[in-house]
Design a binder for this molecule. Structure first.
Ligand SMILES: O=C(O)c1cccc(C(=O)CC[C@H]2O[C@@H](n3cnc4c(=O)[nH]cnc43)[C@H](O)[C@@H]2O)c1
Length: 229
């Protein structure tokens, strides 16, 4: 596998909040090639924080990691989603005449709402995690500034993004900052809740943080394998 990483490579992992950062650090167990930093909540904060870090330090891979909402048919609570693409789901315009009532920035001609991921690393990570205690799914992950809170919005999103596995609030921001500097990107989401009617009291944050730790425990050996092959 050649992911253009070497033993000297540095990896930046961005999480929204401190509890996620701590879970990632527990998983990494002191591995030296990784920096884990706070992005803040939402794509704007995430893009600004990531761009500012990338302006100061050279990184070879950027990972957006944290908890997220799972689409019921694709990702169960406590499972892990590795993004196959990172999509800004609410970047565009409401469009009453459009079949989905929404035109993306792509359709409007203002850029791309999709950031590609480093597929080889992402799929190797899926392989590493599968067979462990947690379930893992490889699928599109959408980024929104507003957490979905109704069944209607969840259905609309599932229709607009076939196969969508998870939603969160930072992936696209982190990914765009990295992509603009040609740095490859991976997104890891551990599922704390289902996308749909808002029931914050049912979020299983503790379970999701354990899964996030588990997923991140695979990163040092994956990184070693990549750099020694
Ligand atoms: O309250 C806590 O202890 C706690 C610990 C860790 C993380 C949190 C968060 O609330 C993190 C917010 C973060 O989570 C993502 N997220 C989670 N579920 C969803 C969702 O259904 N839709 C969108 N985003 C979701 C998101 O990336 C937030 O930044 C609390």
């Amino acid at each position: 596998m050649n992911a253009d990483l070497s033993a000297k490579s540095r990896i930046l992992i961005m999480t929204a909040v401190e509890a996620e950062r701590e879970a990632v650090l527990r998983g990494l167990q002191g591995a030296v090639s990784f920096d884990v930093c706070l992005a803040g909540v939402g794509p704007v904060s995430a893009a600004a924080s990531t761009a500012s870090l990338l302006a100061k330090t050279r990184y070879d891979l950027v990972i957006s990691a944290g908890i997220g909402g799972g689409f019921q048919e694709r990702a169960k609570i406590g499972s892990i989603v590795i993004a196959s693409s990172i999509i800004a789901a609410d970047l565009g315009a409401e469009a009453p005449d459009h079949p989905e009532s929404f035109s993306s920035v792509d359709e409007l001609g203002f850029g791309s709402s999709i950031v590609p991921v480093q597929h080889k690393l992402s799929s190797c990570l899926v392989e590493r995690i599968s067979g462990m205690e947690a379930l893992v799914c490889y699928g599109p992950v959408i980024t929104l500034s507003t957490v979905t809170g109704t069944a209607e919005t969840a259905s609309k999103l599932a229709r607009r993004f076939p196969g969508v596995a998870a939603e969160a609030m930072e992936g696209y921001g982190v990914a765009l900052a990295a992509h603009q500097l040609d740095i490859p990107v991976v997104e890891i989401r551990a599922i704390s809740n289902y996308v749909g009617p808002r029931q914050r009291e049912l979020w299983k944050i503790g379970d999701a943080l354990k899964s996030l730790e588990l997923a991140c425990s695979k990163l040092p050996e994956l990184f070693l394998e990549v750099t020694s092959s």
